[in-house]
Ligand binder design. Sequence first.
Ligand SMILES: [Zn+2]
Length: 423
Amino acid sequence: MPLFLAGCLRQPASPARHFRPLFKKKPICNKLAFGSLFILCLYYYLLSFYLSVINQTEYNHKVKNIDERHGVFLVKLRIREEPAAGIDVGLPVTQKQAPASLTTYMKRQIIPAWQGQRNKIRQNTLSIQKRHKMNKRNTLLGGILAFMVLMTVACGSHHQESTVADSTQTDSITVVNERVAVMHDPTSNATIIGLQDKATEQRVDLFKGSYNDSLLAALIPGEGARSAINVFLVKFPDGPTVLFDAGIGGEEGFMSLHQMKPEEVDAVCLTHLHPDHIGGLLAGEEALFPNATLYLSETEKTSVSQWDQYSPLLATWNKIQKAYAGRIETFADNAALFDGKVQSIPAPGHTPGHTLFRIGQCLIAGDIVHSQDLQLEHPEFCARYDQDPTTAVATRKEILAYVQSNHLQLCGAHCYEMFVSPK
Ligand SMILES: [Zn+2]
């Protein structure tokens, strides 16, 4: 098993997710929606029960009293229903119509007239029942639905067992513009801000001879593959604020994109020591981030000894070491950084100590790909920047499989999209 995967497996099980509500950012709306649904279900359930009782009610009637007003007899019938209370129904009878014997008249005229009304009421009741389809089966279904909604409301906010596979991360990404995208990571609760330091192109020549040149020409017909230099600013709710890589630097760089003050950055994690990842650490000869500690892998720091002693890169690194003296920390492979909020994952090949960082469902992927259009589909292509091409290809394949199987967002330093979900 590859070393980095062994390290990942040592992680505790993925932290539990919250139930994904209807109104993700407004829990109160979510509660109201479920509450309303529950009340609606309960209403239909009770209505159905009531109508089924009414339908079986036997109506009784008796003469309550008889009034004579303005030459009209008003015969009032007291109708009793079981189990509901009685109601009064008045039927006007003119003097002319009124017979000598009211009892006979009641029998022949009033009671049949009432029965007609009663039948109407029954028909109305039946039509209401039909309209709402509230027969016994629907009563049962309504009850079950009400119960399920009640359980959802009761349990939803405490649901802790959803798996990583249940989540869809794309709905939590906001693309602000071509150079800024923000993601809220539901696992770590961190805000991950992708900032494009610079838009670039990778020359097709860089990939020639690495795998299949005719396929390369077909996939990237021009002279360059769309690319970028990105950094990622990660803010954890209870700190720290960590910058992942520092870009190439310069006035038009990532610092101009986001309203962040350099002193707010608590740490800078470096994927490796190439100029397009460390250049932005300096403002002239000084540390741009006055309060930040630099983190890099022990292997990467050690590999500096193999560099050409006259290379401009070594000169830059020496300046950085001077500016950040006493504030450079190294870590071993698969280290848990910042109380386990960040996991380091070794990804050798591009450089010996090339390191990726996992934050919840995001993988800060450094230089695992230089062209997303080319290498996500065909990881066999290798840019000449990769120091050890054979290892780089093997690592790329493993990392991409790891990203896919864990449904991670790939945050590449050279992808033109800040958050990529390889398919
Ligand atoms: Zn790079």
